[in-house]
Design a protein around this ligand. Structure first.
Ligand code: GDP
Ligand code: ZN
Length: 377
């Protein structure tokens, strides 16, 4: 079956309920076979081959299936929480075969149906994942020559940076923002260690992002600044926490809720039996409602490839201007009569943001290659 993804105009400027708007605009948002939500962007039109499963399970087999959420994936085994107990599941081959563009067929946070292979009373429950529900959001990264879905179905990503130690790098924030926008997650920006801020750099940086409509919090774990506001931003939501090592992510979680980092979710507790492996996502339950997903791989990552024509759509301040560029396919880099570059010259677009765009544009032009994840710093 050949599926044609319709071309679509660039994403509109951020509004509060843009996710819903997309969900309602059926032709703007298309689901792949895994329900991988794919928005055709810019003047791109994509074609994808979709393989239908050959062995459709009988309704009797379907009736035996259970629903659950993927808590962790280690090699071929996915740890599934059925709301009560956890199961070690493999993934049905047909699902693997349907993996498109080397995207992960099953990711942490996916809601799945699985067939139990053992009695639920047993300690070592096992099963097979049969299907994955459509994803509401997905955070993708590039991993060598592959695209890896780090986490699915969370509401927002808390992008943590620090005023110093390590030094503040707005470009890293922009990188996370693009990944969040591309994956339909709402970003919240936190700059920690404001006690180390000299010369008001933190406020100046946050002001740039506030003007773009992003939620921003300045915090200091040492001085107890901004922790209440952070709690309010995360309350009742499912949040994945991202940011360079050392910026204070663990410290912030513990400041928000003492012992949070020690209080591993019910399933992890049951399955890990005290062992802590870095590959395992931790679902941390907040007293104020909601969860924080802390997966080491999410902390630092390389941007998954996105269409060059799409990148402009993820710089929210570019979006209202691109229609004014002389050339319909303006890249906003070498061209003349470019409304984006004019806005940069006039100070209406922050120069650092524009430089981030140029840098990411250059990186995305490079083909996928094998190799370890480069250091983002
Ligand atoms: P993570 O790697 O992002 O989880 O960072 P950690 O939470 O492990 O913190 C890294 C270091 O930064 C630790 O030594 C913390 O004590 C320190 N740290 C965390 N928050 C603050 C803060 O607000 N101000 C200062 N000065 N240091 C902090
Ligand atoms: Zn332009």
């Amino acid at each position: 079956m050949r599926v044609r993804f319709r071309a679509n105009r660039a994403k509109p400027a951020r509004t509060k309920d843009w996710t819903r708007q997309y969900a309602e605009g059926a032709d703007e948002l298309l689901a792949g076979p895994q329900g991988e939500r794919v928005k055709a962007k810019g003047d791109l039109s994509r074609k994808r081959t979709v393989v239908e499963p050959e062995d459709k399970p009988s309704s009797a087999a379907e009736a035996r299936q259970l629903s659950g959420v993927v808590l962790s994936i280690q090699g071929p085994i996915a740890r599934i929480d059925d709301g009560d107990q956890s199961w070690a599941c493999t993934i049905r081959r047909v699902l693997r075969t349907r993996m498109i563009g080397q995207r992960s067929p099953v990711a942490v946070g996916d809601r799945v149906r699985f067939t139990p292979l053992t009695e639920p009373q047993r300690e070592d429950r096992e099963g097979v994942i049969e299907s994955v529900e459509p994803r509401n959001s997905v955070l993708l990264r590039r991993y060598g020559d592959r695209i890896h879905a780090m986490v699915a179905n969370v509401d927002q990503v808390l992008v943590v940076a620090s005023a110093a130690l390590p030094p503040l790098k707005p470009h890293l924030i922009d990188r996370y923002l693009v990944a969040a926008e591309a994956g339909e997650l709402t970003p919240v920006i936190c700059i920690n260690k404001v006690d180390l801020d000299e010369g008001g750099q933190v406020e100046a940086t946050l002001q740039i992002y506030r003007r773009l409509g992003y939620a921003c919090v300045a915090t200091s774990v040492v001085e107890g600044v901004g922790i209440d506001q952070l709690r309010r931003e995360l309350g009742g939501k499912e949040t994945v926490i991202a940011g360079q090592s050392g910026v204070g992510k663990s410290s912030l979680l513990n400041a928000m809720q003492p012992g949070l980092k020690l209080k591993v979710g019910p399933v992890s507790k049951a399955t890990l039996k005290g062992r802590h492996t870095t590959a395992t996502a931790e679902l941390l339950k907040l007293d104020v409602g909601g969860y924080v997903v802390d997966t080491p791989g999410i902390r630092q990552f390389e941007l998954a490839p996105i269409g060059l024509g799409e990148l402009e759509a993820y710089f929210v301040e570019f979006v209202p201007l691109v229609a004014e560029c002389k050339y319909a396919d303006c890249k906003h880099i070498p061209e003349g009569n470019c409304a984006v570059k004019q806005a940069v010259e006039q100070g209406r677009i922050d120069r650092g943001r524009y430089e981030s765009y140029v840098r990411l544009f250059g990186e995305l032009k490079e083909p996928l290659r094998d190799g370890p994840l480069p250091d983002d710093s």
